[in-house]
Design a protein around this ligand. Structure first.
Ligand SMILES: N[C@@H](CCC(=O)N[C@@H](CS)C(=O)NCC(=O)O)C(=O)O
Length: 223
């Protein structure tokens, strides 16, 4: 069945990485895949546009189904392969509620991270202000403190003792933040979560190849 799947992806993109982790967790190795370069603008190639008219990655095809939204792809795979590989939606209503809450609120964390890391890319020269940079950093710090609090209260994973869909969807964002220089001493619970998950087989097997060749950045050192 995995032979019927195609993933076009970019290294270190959290949405792409989610689908890669998901495919590993569901034991769907052997799918067709192509690593494309954002720097070379390969995400705007005809091959991508044919699958994803927005010219964005991931572009994912499963049989005849196009699932370019990482959340959609992950939910689809969990539902199609419920009893294969890791079961990622817990039965307990408490764990399920927490799983949904965390997986959707990470979109806010992601957005606040992007506003800091890609400020120069998003705001034209001449319209950039130190006060705006400072405000974005403060907003990210406040958000990270929330997550530090969440992880302080859990045993192991985001919703407790079980690895769930929330971890699949959230981990790539946390990893991106650490790769961008977040200080482990300032966020010990986040660092513990990051370090305990980075050697999980599905995550290790899909670790962004560009991170293996480039050192971690220090953009978020002062957050
Ligand atoms: N909604 C998509 C997001 C896709 C997305 O924003 N991809 C980025 C890479 S992380 C991209 O392709 N950016 C290039 C562009 O928008 O031109 C998902 O969650 O799967």
């Amino acid at each position: 069945m995995a032979k019927d799947m195609t993933l076009l992806w970019g290294s270190s993109s959290p949405p792409c990485w989610r689908i890669q982790i998901m495919l590993e967790e569901k034991q769907l190795q052997g799918y067709n895949q192509k690593l494309l370069s954002f720097e070379k603008m390969e995400h705007k190639s005809q091959e991508v546009l044919d699958m994803n008219p927005r010219g964005q990655l991931p572009a994912f095809k499963c049989g005849n189904h196009i699932l370019n939204e990482s959340y959609a792809a992950c939910f689809f795979l969990e539902n199609q392969y419920k009893s294969q590989g890791t079961k990622l939606i817990p039965d307990s209503p408490d764990a399920q509620a927490l799983m949904y809450q965390r997986m959707f609120e990470v979109l806010t964390l992601h957005q606040k991270m992007v506003c800091v890391i890609y400020y120069n890319y998003m705001v034209p020269e001449g319209e950039r202000h130190d006060s705006a940079i400072q405000r974005n950093k403060e907003a990210l710090t406040a958000e990270l403190k929330l997550w530090e609090g969440y992880l302080n209260k859990t045993d192991c994973y985001l919703t407790g003792k079980e690895f769930t869909l929330a971890d699949v969807l959230v981990f790539p964002v946390i990893a991106y933040i650490f790769h961008s220089g977040l200080c482990s001493e300032r966020y010990p619970a986040l660092a513990k979560y990051y370090n305990s998950l980075k050697d999980r087989p599905s995550i290790k097997a899909t670790w962004p190849p560009t991170w293996q060749s480039t050192p971690a950045q220090d953009t978020l050192k002062t957050v």
